[in-house]
Design a protein around this ligand. Structure first.
Ligand SMILES: Nc1ncnc2c1ncn2[C@@H]1O[C@H](COP(=O)(O)OP(=O)(O)OP(=O)(O)O)[C@@H](O)[C@H]1O
Ligand SMILES: [Mg+2]
Length: 236
């Protein structure tokens, strides 16, 4: 990608935006249809709705990742539109999107522990994307009967966030590789393109934060990241 010229970058960006618009309209239409025929759907129709909504969500995530990915190699990323964002609001937006993707898991059963009103300085859309990519992973790599959760706390002038799960875990050797583009530990085991974490890392580092993982194979994983807290922002 290092030799990608502006034409290719622009094409990818346009494609990403166009995809997002089309997917938003498709998702909206599906939601209206499901609501209108709620009481008339048989099991086959319900399953078809589930698949369509899941795929629309996957496409939306791909489009977002594509947009960030397209900007990445040019050295001229889109400006970070940082403002005060309440973490809980971004998390709720992300969970609302994910509930269609993971009907088999009750997203309201997530163990969430966020201090009331805790806010960071971040780009709101990108914060949603961070949560979406990390929680999607947590769900994807954790059996439905095991727990997943999110916690956050103030740490000096920063905020520390953790998305954790009791899933399959990641070996020490693989922990070093999973933030690289396209790397997947077990490509045959689940669907995915192996770019979610690389985009999350890039977004966080661009906003001045850090991301790392602690994990035990078979026991679960904890993805930690830091962002600038609002106090530091107010001082600067
Ligand atoms: N919570 C987790 N538990 C166990 N393994 C994980 C977890 N999160 C990520 N991984 C491993 O890291 C790899 C890279 O994750 P990443 O999110 O970048 O890609 P993906 O989930 O495979 O695809 P996508 O681009 O659709 O997100 C995954 O394929 C998986 O092997
Ligand atoms: Mg992923």
């Amino acid at each position: 990608m290092a030799s990608d010229g502006p034409d290719k970058t622009e094409f990818l960006c346009r494609l990403g935006h166009e995809m997002k618009t089309v997917i938003a309209s498709l998702s909206g239409a599906l939601e209206v249809l499901r609501g209108r025929y709620r009481n008339k759907l048989g099991s086959v129709e319900k399953a078809l709705f589930d698949v369509s909504e899941k795929d629309a969500m996957r496409l939306a995530k791909l489009a977002n990742n594509l947009l960030d990915f397209a900007h990445k190699p040019t050295g001229a990323p889109p400006p970070v539109k940082s403002r005060r964002v309440v973490l809980k609001n971004s998390l709720d937006t992300s969970l609302a999107m994910l509930k269609y993707a993971f009907r088999e898991r009750d997203m309201s059963s997530l163990e969430i522990s966020l201090p009331r009103g805790l806010a960071v300085r971040a780009d709101p859309e990108q914060l949603v994307q961070i949560f979406t990519n990390l929680i999607e992973n947590a769900v994807k790599y954790t059996p439905p009967d095991r727990k997943i959760g999110v916690f956050a706390k103030r740490e000096r002038s920063n905020v520390l966030v953790c998305v954790w799960d009791e899933g399959i875990g990641i070996s020490a050797q693989n922990r070093r590789k999973i933030f690289k583009r396209f790397y997947r530990v077990n490509p045959a085991g689940s669907k995915g393109s192996g770019i979610g974490l690389s985009v999350v890392k890039w977004i966080i580092e661009r906003q001045g934060g850090k991301i790392w993982v602690e994990s035990r194979l078979g026991k679960g994983s904890k993805f930690y990241f830091t962002l600038t807290g609002e106090k530091k922002w107010r001082k600067s």
